[in-house]
Design a protein around this ligand. Structure first.
Ligand code: DGY
Length: 324
Protein backbone atom coordinates (compact mmCIF):
# COMPACT_ATOMS: atom_id res chain seq x y z
CA UNK A 1 0.00 0.00 0.00
CA UNK A 2 1.14 3.53 -0.75
CA UNK A 3 2.24 5.61 2.25
CA UNK A 4 0.73 8.62 0.61
CA UNK A 5 -2.85 9.19 1.72
CA UNK A 6 -4.37 10.38 -1.56
CA UNK A 7 -4.05 9.40 -5.18
CA UNK A 8 -4.31 12.34 -7.59
CA UNK A 9 -4.64 12.20 -11.36
CA UNK A 10 -2.99 14.88 -13.49
CA UNK A 11 -4.83 14.81 -16.81
CA UNK A 12 -2.17 16.48 -18.96
CA UNK A 13 1.60 15.81 -19.24
CA UNK A 14 2.47 19.52 -19.48
CA UNK A 15 1.06 20.86 -16.22
CA UNK A 16 3.64 23.35 -14.90
CA UNK A 17 5.95 22.03 -12.20
CA UNK A 18 4.76 24.69 -9.74
CA UNK A 19 1.46 22.80 -9.48
CA UNK A 20 3.01 19.33 -9.47
CA UNK A 21 5.41 20.25 -6.64
CA UNK A 22 2.52 21.27 -4.42
CA UNK A 23 1.01 17.81 -4.78
CA UNK A 24 4.14 15.98 -3.61
CA UNK A 25 2.38 14.56 -0.56
CA UNK A 26 0.02 12.68 -2.89
CA UNK A 27 0.59 9.64 -5.05
CA UNK A 28 0.47 11.07 -8.56
CA UNK A 29 -0.90 9.32 -11.62
CA UNK A 30 -0.25 11.16 -14.85
CA UNK A 31 -1.70 11.07 -18.32
CA UNK A 32 1.34 10.88 -20.59
CA UNK A 33 -0.10 10.96 -24.11
CA UNK A 34 -0.01 14.23 -26.04
CA UNK A 35 -2.53 15.36 -27.07
CA UNK A 36 -3.98 13.57 -24.04
CA UNK A 37 -5.89 10.45 -25.10
CA UNK A 38 -9.28 10.08 -23.48
CA UNK A 39 -8.82 6.32 -23.32
CA UNK A 40 -5.67 6.77 -21.21
CA UNK A 41 -7.44 9.29 -19.00
CA UNK A 42 -10.41 6.97 -18.48
CA UNK A 43 -8.11 4.14 -17.57
CA UNK A 44 -5.90 6.11 -15.15
CA UNK A 45 -8.80 7.90 -13.49
CA UNK A 46 -9.99 4.70 -11.78
CA UNK A 47 -9.85 4.87 -8.00
CA UNK A 48 -8.30 8.34 -7.68
CA UNK A 49 -9.19 10.68 -4.81
CA UNK A 50 -8.44 13.94 -6.57
CA UNK A 51 -7.99 15.24 -10.11
CA UNK A 52 -6.09 18.20 -11.49
CA UNK A 53 -8.08 18.49 -14.73
CA UNK A 54 -5.90 20.35 -17.22
CA UNK A 55 -7.00 20.74 -20.82
CA UNK A 56 -10.48 20.96 -22.24
CA UNK A 57 -11.48 17.26 -22.32
CA UNK A 58 -15.13 16.77 -21.39
CA UNK A 59 -15.45 16.28 -17.63
CA UNK A 60 -18.72 14.42 -17.61
CA UNK A 61 -20.62 11.42 -16.22
CA UNK A 62 -18.47 9.00 -18.22
CA UNK A 63 -15.28 10.27 -16.55
CA UNK A 64 -16.85 10.55 -13.09
CA UNK A 65 -18.26 7.02 -13.34
CA UNK A 66 -14.87 5.72 -14.42
CA UNK A 67 -13.25 7.41 -11.41
CA UNK A 68 -15.56 5.85 -8.85
CA UNK A 69 -17.37 7.00 -5.70
CA UNK A 70 -14.20 7.71 -3.66
CA UNK A 71 -13.47 10.83 -5.75
CA UNK A 72 -13.37 13.82 -3.39
CA UNK A 73 -11.85 16.78 -5.16
CA UNK A 74 -11.40 18.16 -8.69
CA UNK A 75 -9.95 21.37 -10.00
CA UNK A 76 -9.75 22.47 -13.59
CA UNK A 77 -6.77 24.51 -14.74
CA UNK A 78 -8.95 27.07 -16.50
CA UNK A 79 -11.29 29.90 -15.67
CA UNK A 80 -14.01 28.75 -18.08
CA UNK A 81 -15.67 25.46 -17.18
CA UNK A 82 -17.96 25.05 -20.18
CA UNK A 83 -16.50 21.58 -20.84
CA UNK A 84 -17.62 20.42 -17.39
CA UNK A 85 -21.02 18.84 -16.85
CA UNK A 86 -21.60 20.84 -13.71
CA UNK A 87 -24.92 19.17 -12.90
CA UNK A 88 -23.20 15.77 -12.78
CA UNK A 89 -20.43 17.08 -10.53
CA UNK A 90 -22.94 18.77 -8.22
CA UNK A 91 -25.21 15.75 -8.13
CA UNK A 92 -22.29 13.71 -6.81
CA UNK A 93 -21.41 16.50 -4.36
CA UNK A 94 -17.78 16.58 -5.52
CA UNK A 95 -16.07 19.89 -4.77
CA UNK A 96 -14.93 21.52 -8.03
CA UNK A 97 -12.40 24.34 -8.30
CA UNK A 98 -11.25 26.41 -11.25
CA UNK A 99 -8.66 29.15 -11.80
CA UNK A 100 -10.23 32.54 -12.44
CA UNK A 101 -8.49 35.82 -11.49
CA UNK A 102 -4.90 34.67 -12.06
CA UNK A 103 -5.46 34.98 -15.78
CA UNK A 104 -7.32 38.30 -15.77
CA UNK A 105 -4.27 40.41 -16.55
CA UNK A 106 -2.89 38.21 -19.32
CA UNK A 107 -6.28 37.99 -21.05
CA UNK A 108 -6.87 41.72 -20.59
CA UNK A 109 -3.51 42.55 -22.18
CA UNK A 110 -4.40 40.39 -25.15
CA UNK A 111 -7.87 41.95 -25.43
CA UNK A 112 -6.42 45.44 -25.64
CA UNK A 113 -4.03 44.20 -28.30
CA UNK A 114 -6.90 42.69 -30.28
CA UNK A 115 -9.00 45.82 -29.93
CA UNK A 116 -6.26 47.98 -31.41
CA UNK A 117 -5.26 45.38 -34.02
CA UNK A 118 -8.83 45.01 -35.29
CA UNK A 119 -9.76 48.69 -35.01
CA UNK A 120 -6.57 49.76 -36.82
CA UNK A 121 -6.65 47.03 -39.45
CA UNK A 122 -3.38 45.21 -38.67
CA UNK A 123 -4.30 42.04 -40.55
CA UNK A 124 -5.45 43.88 -43.66
CA UNK A 125 -2.33 46.06 -43.54
CA UNK A 126 -0.06 43.04 -43.51
CA UNK A 127 -1.94 41.61 -46.50
CA UNK A 128 -1.51 44.89 -48.40
CA UNK A 129 2.25 44.54 -48.07
CA UNK A 130 2.25 40.91 -49.14
CA UNK A 131 0.11 41.63 -52.21
CA UNK A 132 2.09 44.72 -53.24
CA UNK A 133 -0.84 47.08 -52.56
CA UNK A 134 0.91 49.57 -50.32
CA UNK A 135 -1.05 52.56 -51.64
CA UNK A 136 -0.10 55.24 -49.17
CA UNK A 137 -0.40 57.93 -51.86
CA UNK A 138 -4.06 58.04 -50.78
CA UNK A 139 -4.59 60.47 -47.94
CA UNK A 140 -7.39 58.40 -46.47
CA UNK A 141 -5.70 55.04 -46.87
CA UNK A 142 -6.29 52.32 -44.25
CA UNK A 143 -8.12 54.59 -41.82
CA UNK A 144 -9.28 52.88 -38.67
CA UNK A 145 -11.21 53.54 -35.48
CA UNK A 146 -9.97 55.75 -32.64
CA UNK A 147 -9.82 54.34 -29.16
CA UNK A 148 -9.61 57.85 -27.69
CA UNK A 149 -13.05 59.21 -26.76
CA UNK A 150 -14.70 55.91 -27.65
CA UNK A 151 -17.48 54.11 -25.79
CA UNK A 152 -16.43 50.59 -24.86
CA UNK A 153 -19.24 48.18 -24.07
CA UNK A 154 -18.68 44.97 -22.13
CA UNK A 155 -20.95 41.96 -22.42
CA UNK A 156 -20.00 40.39 -19.10
CA UNK A 157 -18.02 42.53 -16.68
CA UNK A 158 -16.22 40.31 -14.17
CA UNK A 159 -12.52 40.30 -13.39
CA UNK A 160 -11.36 40.10 -17.00
CA UNK A 161 -13.74 42.80 -18.28
CA UNK A 162 -12.76 45.10 -15.44
CA UNK A 163 -9.04 44.51 -16.05
CA UNK A 164 -9.57 45.47 -19.71
CA UNK A 165 -11.50 48.61 -18.73
CA UNK A 166 -8.75 49.58 -16.30
CA UNK A 167 -6.14 49.34 -19.04
CA UNK A 168 -8.29 51.27 -21.50
CA UNK A 169 -8.68 54.19 -19.10
CA UNK A 170 -5.07 54.93 -20.04
CA UNK A 171 -6.23 55.36 -23.64
CA UNK A 172 -8.58 58.24 -22.71
CA UNK A 173 -11.80 56.47 -23.62
CA UNK A 174 -15.02 58.37 -23.02
CA UNK A 175 -17.15 55.81 -21.21
CA UNK A 176 -17.51 52.18 -20.24
CA UNK A 177 -20.91 50.51 -20.57
CA UNK A 178 -21.62 47.01 -19.37
CA UNK A 179 -24.38 44.42 -19.54
CA UNK A 180 -24.48 41.87 -16.74
CA UNK A 181 -27.17 40.22 -14.67
CA UNK A 182 -26.17 42.06 -11.50
CA UNK A 183 -24.83 45.56 -11.08
CA UNK A 184 -21.21 45.70 -9.92
CA UNK A 185 -20.30 47.66 -6.80
CA UNK A 186 -20.64 51.46 -7.00
CA UNK A 187 -17.01 52.13 -6.14
CA UNK A 188 -15.72 50.05 -9.08
CA UNK A 189 -18.30 51.64 -11.36
CA UNK A 190 -17.00 55.06 -10.36
CA UNK A 191 -13.37 54.06 -10.68
CA UNK A 192 -13.91 52.66 -14.20
CA UNK A 193 -16.47 55.28 -15.30
CA UNK A 194 -18.79 52.36 -15.99
CA UNK A 195 -22.56 52.30 -16.37
CA UNK A 196 -24.84 49.25 -16.47
CA UNK A 197 -27.15 49.27 -19.48
CA UNK A 198 -29.38 46.73 -21.19
CA UNK A 199 -28.09 44.71 -24.12
CA UNK A 200 -29.75 46.82 -26.82
CA UNK A 201 -28.30 50.04 -25.44
CA UNK A 202 -24.89 48.40 -25.18
CA UNK A 203 -25.03 47.42 -28.84
CA UNK A 204 -26.36 50.77 -30.04
CA UNK A 205 -23.91 53.00 -28.15
CA UNK A 206 -20.62 51.12 -28.13
CA UNK A 207 -17.75 51.80 -30.50
CA UNK A 208 -16.02 48.67 -29.25
CA UNK A 209 -18.04 45.74 -27.92
CA UNK A 210 -16.04 43.30 -25.80
CA UNK A 211 -17.42 39.86 -25.01
CA UNK A 212 -16.13 38.83 -21.58
CA UNK A 213 -18.92 36.55 -20.32
CA UNK A 214 -18.90 32.83 -19.59
CA UNK A 215 -20.50 30.48 -22.10
CA UNK A 216 -23.84 29.31 -20.72
CA UNK A 217 -27.20 28.33 -22.21
CA UNK A 218 -28.18 32.00 -21.81
CA UNK A 219 -25.13 33.45 -23.60
CA UNK A 220 -24.76 30.91 -26.42
CA UNK A 221 -25.32 32.50 -29.84
CA UNK A 222 -26.37 35.87 -28.37
CA UNK A 223 -24.20 37.74 -30.86
CA UNK A 224 -26.22 36.95 -33.97
CA UNK A 225 -27.54 38.89 -36.97
CA UNK A 226 -30.13 40.65 -34.81
CA UNK A 227 -27.41 41.88 -32.48
CA UNK A 228 -25.05 42.90 -35.28
CA UNK A 229 -27.87 44.90 -36.91
CA UNK A 230 -28.18 46.93 -33.71
CA UNK A 231 -24.48 47.84 -33.64
CA UNK A 232 -22.86 50.90 -35.19
CA UNK A 233 -21.42 50.20 -38.61
CA UNK A 234 -18.12 51.57 -37.28
CA UNK A 235 -18.19 49.16 -34.33
CA UNK A 236 -15.47 46.64 -33.55
CA UNK A 237 -16.37 43.34 -31.87
CA UNK A 238 -13.84 41.66 -29.56
CA UNK A 239 -14.29 38.15 -28.16
CA UNK A 240 -11.89 36.81 -25.56
CA UNK A 241 -14.48 34.58 -23.85
CA UNK A 242 -15.84 31.61 -25.79
CA UNK A 243 -16.47 31.16 -29.50
CA UNK A 244 -19.99 29.81 -29.14
CA UNK A 245 -21.28 33.13 -27.73
CA UNK A 246 -21.05 34.39 -31.32
CA UNK A 247 -22.99 33.02 -34.25
CA UNK A 248 -20.05 32.79 -36.63
CA UNK A 249 -22.08 32.60 -39.83
CA UNK A 250 -23.85 35.81 -38.87
CA UNK A 251 -20.54 37.40 -37.91
CA UNK A 252 -19.10 36.48 -41.29
CA UNK A 253 -22.05 38.15 -43.04
CA UNK A 254 -21.83 41.25 -40.84
CA UNK A 255 -18.12 41.66 -41.56
CA UNK A 256 -18.34 40.80 -45.26
CA UNK A 257 -21.11 43.35 -45.82
CA UNK A 258 -19.35 45.92 -43.58
CA UNK A 259 -22.42 45.94 -41.35
CA UNK A 260 -19.85 46.24 -38.58
CA UNK A 261 -16.31 47.51 -39.05
CA UNK A 262 -14.13 44.70 -37.73
CA UNK A 263 -13.71 41.88 -35.25
CA UNK A 264 -10.88 40.61 -33.09
CA UNK A 265 -11.29 37.06 -31.80
CA UNK A 266 -9.14 34.98 -29.49
CA UNK A 267 -11.83 32.31 -29.34
CA UNK A 268 -13.77 30.64 -32.12
CA UNK A 269 -16.03 27.69 -32.75
CA UNK A 270 -14.76 25.08 -33.28
CA UNK A 271 -11.27 25.12 -31.85
CA UNK A 272 -9.01 24.47 -33.63
CA UNK A 273 -10.61 26.46 -36.46
CA UNK A 274 -10.14 24.58 -39.75
CA UNK A 275 -7.69 26.46 -42.01
CA UNK A 276 -10.35 26.65 -44.74
CA UNK A 277 -12.90 28.40 -42.48
CA UNK A 278 -14.47 31.32 -44.33
CA UNK A 279 -13.73 33.77 -41.50
CA UNK A 280 -10.07 33.49 -42.45
CA UNK A 281 -10.81 34.89 -45.91
CA UNK A 282 -11.91 38.26 -44.49
CA UNK A 283 -9.67 41.33 -44.32
CA UNK A 284 -11.46 42.93 -41.37
CA UNK A 285 -10.88 40.29 -38.75
CA UNK A 286 -7.96 39.41 -36.50
CA UNK A 287 -8.08 35.84 -35.24
CA UNK A 288 -5.81 34.32 -32.60
CA UNK A 289 -5.69 30.65 -31.55
CA UNK A 290 -7.07 31.02 -27.98
CA UNK A 291 -3.87 32.30 -26.38
CA UNK A 292 -5.39 34.75 -23.87
CA UNK A 293 -3.88 33.08 -20.82
CA UNK A 294 -0.78 31.79 -22.59
CA UNK A 295 2.05 33.42 -20.66
CA UNK A 296 4.60 31.52 -18.56
CA UNK A 297 3.66 33.24 -15.34
CA UNK A 298 -0.07 32.86 -15.85
CA UNK A 299 0.12 29.16 -16.69
CA UNK A 300 2.30 28.55 -13.66
CA UNK A 301 -0.14 30.50 -11.44
CA UNK A 302 -3.06 28.52 -12.87
CA UNK A 303 -1.32 25.25 -12.00
CA UNK A 304 -0.60 26.49 -8.48
CA UNK A 305 -4.20 27.54 -7.83
CA UNK A 306 -5.52 24.29 -9.30
CA UNK A 307 -3.21 22.23 -7.06
CA UNK A 308 -4.24 24.21 -3.96
CA UNK A 309 -7.87 23.66 -4.91
CA UNK A 310 -7.34 19.90 -5.18
CA UNK A 311 -5.50 19.75 -1.84
CA UNK A 312 -8.15 21.76 -0.07
CA UNK A 313 -10.91 19.59 -1.49
CA UNK A 314 -9.07 16.48 -0.29
CA UNK A 315 -8.73 18.00 3.17
CA UNK A 316 -12.44 18.78 3.23
CA UNK A 317 -11.71 22.52 3.21
CA UNK A 318 -13.19 25.26 1.05
CA UNK A 319 -11.26 25.59 -2.19
CA UNK A 320 -9.35 28.79 -3.08
CA UNK A 321 -11.64 29.32 -6.05
CA UNK A 322 -14.65 27.02 -5.97
CA UNK A 323 -16.60 26.75 -9.20
CA UNK A 324 -19.92 26.32 -7.41
C1 DGY B 1 -9.76 29.76 -19.51
O1 DGY B 1 -9.04 29.52 -18.54
O2 DGY B 1 -10.98 29.63 -19.49
C2 DGY B 1 -9.06 30.22 -20.74
O3 DGY B 1 -9.96 30.54 -21.74
C3 DGY B 1 -8.11 29.15 -21.20
O4 DGY B 1 -8.83 28.00 -21.40
Amino acid sequence: MSAKPFKVLITHPEVPQSGIDLLEACELVRVESLPPKRSELLQKIRGVDGILWAGHEALNAEALDAAGPQLKSISTMSAGIDYVDLDEVKRRKIPLGHTPMVLDNAVADLAVGLLIAAGRRFHEGRKKIETDKWENYHLNWMLGQDVRDSVVGFYGFGGIGQAIAKRLSGFDIDQVLYTTRRRIDRETEKELNAKKVDFDELLAKSDFVVIAAPLTAATQGVFNATAFNKMKNTAVLINIARGKIVNQNDLYDALKSNRIFAAGLDVVDPEPLPPNNKLLTLDNIVILPHIGSATNRTRSDMATIAAHNVLRGLAGERMLSPAY
